[in-house]
Design a protein around this ligand. Structure first.
Ligand SMILES: CSCCC(=O)C(=O)COP(=O)(O)O
Ligand SMILES: [Mg+2]
Length: 233
């Protein structure tokens, strides 16, 4: 096997929260927006098939049989507070966030170098993908409405927890299979060590984003960077 530095990277899969965008944008802007609007959203749109589907999935995940709409709302609010990476919650949050982006209530945060670096990597022929706990809809909204403009044309595909949990090896095996690359040619970027461990177990290369004020540890388990500019795929 070639040493990591000599292996050609053909695709980059990036996490969002803590990697391209601040944790604060997700926790202090997106989550509170969804929390505030979720009860009214479910009351107003609860009869739409896609909303009904995810409400049902949430109740199933919680093991609640014949839950009332109010019980499911309370469950979802609790899950937002716990930052639970539930596929059903994430799907519903994505639907709610759409309104906030479209009314200009917020634009998504990108670390300052991210847009230019993604453009440069794409210009060099690398294929770019996203893998986040946020739903694919939420990911597309986030990259369409950034402070640096619409970045969606740069991405070839998006993966969420419908592919599998981010801390499980099998999820990364599915991703490389879906994008049609050998794992050693794919670089996964994240701020979460357990996600990187899972990606490495699947054979991907890894890059650990430790954004200031976090500091690089003396002997990081994964190649570690404070910004995308330091990464040379
Ligand atoms: C797609 S934006 C919202 C991100 C989100 O809901 C979340 O839980 C963050 O997950 P990530 O996997 O990007 O760290
Ligand atoms: Mg993250």
């Amino acid at each position: 096997m070639l040493p990591a530095a000599m292996t050609v990277i053909r695709a980059i899969v990036t996490d969002i929260e803590g990697t391209t965008s601040s944790i604060s944008f997700v926790k202090d802007v997106l989550f509170p927006y969804a929390r505030k609007r979720l009860p009214a959203y479910v009351e107003t749109h609860g009869d739409r098939p896609e909303v009904q589907h995810w409400l049902h999935e949430a109740a199933k995940e919680a093991g609640i049989i014949e839950a009332s709409r109010q019980e499911i709302i309370e469950l979802l609010l609790r899950w937002i507070d716990e930052d639970r990476k539930s596929t059903a919650l994430k799907a519903l949050q994505g639907m709610i966030w759409q309104e906030g982006y479209e009314t200009g209530e917020y634009r998504s945060h990108m670390y300052p170098e991210v847009s230019a670096r993604l453009h440069a990597w794409r210009g060099e022929g690398l294929h770019l993908y996203v893998y986040s706990s946020g739903s694919v809809q939420a990911q597309k909204l986030l990259f369409r409405h950034t402070e640096s403009g619409d970045l969606t044309p740069l991405f070839a595909g998006y993966f969420d927890t419908e592919t599998g949990p981010k801390r499980e090896q099998v999820s990364y095996q599915r991703i490389v299979e879906a994008i049609g690359e050998r794992p050693e040619h794919v670089l996964f970027l994240s701020d979460v060590e357990q996600e990187l461990d899972a990606a490495r177990a699947a054979g991907l290369q890894t890059g650990w984003l430790l954004r200031p004020p976090l500091e690089l540890p003396p002997q990081p388990k994964h190649p570690a960077y404070t910004s995308f500019d330091a990464i040379q795929p």
